[in-house]
Ligand binder design. Structure first.
Ligand SMILES: [Zn+2]
Length: 267
């Protein structure tokens, strides 16, 4: 079994959201709901609120890069080069982050905002190409937005692959409108949701059950999305799940693989 680890970068700081959107307000509300539903203790609720004032809150890029490198995970980071749908980090911070990821030797792609208009899609492609100086790279659209013609537009813009489609039917790599689609199978936010009553134990069990189903069906790969914001001590359950998942994959001798290598193998 091969494992693709991908990280979508939706936030690079708490501050970037001030007076621009309602991300901080939503975070506070969710923290209160989690406390009222007794999903988190009082101490953690306070810790989560205090963490909003920390200098590098919601960044965790360094920590995650170090962790992934130490564990020899060939992860892929999707970084946005345009603002939209509550992504509000500056292009300067995006550039810094893309360079930092590349310095670590990890794969990097576009976290796309545009998905309906060709010129906007192409503009994001060109901006990212200029920053990264990469010849080929992929994309995942933020909030997994897509329309019927999105894939054709991504293909026309020049993207190597797309990984926007969530498949709960364990679908594997295929071609759609001329672009390689690499569906993903697990996303942290689908499980770590205060409105759903999953304990960390439940989520680990569901993860193992999913993996076992993939192995029974002789599937080639299992792709996950883990948002880097969750690799902080203000999200202890998410962070613990990620570390547990990596350890579990290592224990089971699963192979970590990046998108480009998988695509090359399938050509
Ligand atoms: Zn996103």
């Amino acid at each position: 079994m091969k494992i693709i680890i991908s990280h979508d970068i939706d936030h690079l700081s708490v501050r970037e959201h001030l007076f621009k959107d309602i991300v901080i307000e939503k975070y506070i509300l969710w923290t209160l709901i989690e406390f009222i539903k007794r999903k988190i203790p009082y101490k953690l609720m306070i810790k989560k609120i205090i963490s909003l004032f920390k200098k590098n809150g919601w960044n965790n890029i360094n920590e995650l890069l170090e962790y992934d490198k130490k564990n020899e995970i060939r992860s892929t980071f999707f970084v946005a080069v345009r603002n939209g749908r509550r992504i509000n980090y500056s292009i300067e911070n995006a550039v810094k982050t893309i360079k930092m990821i590349m310095n670590y030797g990890f794969e990097v792609g576009v976290h796309g905002i545009a998905y309906k208009n060709y010129n906007d899609i192409k503009e994001e492609y060109d901006i990212f190409k200029k920053i990264s100086e990469l010849e080929s790279f992929g994309i995942r659209i933020h909030y997994l937005k897509n329309k019927e013609n999105t894939f054709k537009l991504l293909s026309d813009a020049g993207y190597l692959f797309d990984s926007t489609i969530y498949s709960d039917k364990s679908e594997q790599i295929y071609t759609i409108s001329g672009i390689r689609e690499v569906p993903f199978h697990f996303m942290d936010t689908l499980y770590f949701d205060p409105l759903k009553n999953f304990s960390l134990f439940d989520i680990k069990k569901r993860t193992i059950d999913l993996l076992k189903r993939f192995i029974d069906q002789k599937k080639d790969y299992f792709c996950i999305i883990f948002h880097q914001r969750y690799f902080g001590n203000d999200f202890p359950e998410q962070k613990e799940w990620y570390k547990w998942f990596i350890e579990y994959c290592k224990k089971m001798n699963y192979e970590f693989i990046d998108f480009k290598t998988l695509i090359k193998k399938c050509l």
